[in-house]
Design a protein. Sequence first.
Length: 151
Amino acid sequence: MRLVRYTYPSFRSLTPVFGALQRSPWSGLESEIDRLFSTALTDFGGASPTRFPVDLYEDKANTYVRAELPGVSREDINVEMTDGYLTLTAARKTVGADGKPGESFSFSRAVSIADDVQTDQVSATYENGVLTVTLPKREEAKPKKVSIAVK
């Protein structure tokens, strides 16, 4: 179901306002509902037709970027590190009923990466439709335990 427009009846105050029109508490509601639905329909869950959601998490030694890309071939995935951004690009190709190539869709996502990553050691794995990019941290960025001296 697609909600195109929501309209509501206009309400008028029953109390006189001495020649001035009183603003209804409902006056901005229609525009807010329209904005809410247009955002939800075009950007549902943070994903749009050309973007996909990613998960970012880290441990002491690495930062990880994980993206679910079901139905995408390993050869159709591109991972690049450029100027502090990790760019993930994927293409999904469908096959028509007659065996001929059908539609193809491409998805792209750029994620800003902190300066504490060793860009020459980045690795990626793709298993069961899940792409995981491992970004190792530099030694100076890893947490270090500090001992407390007794005096």
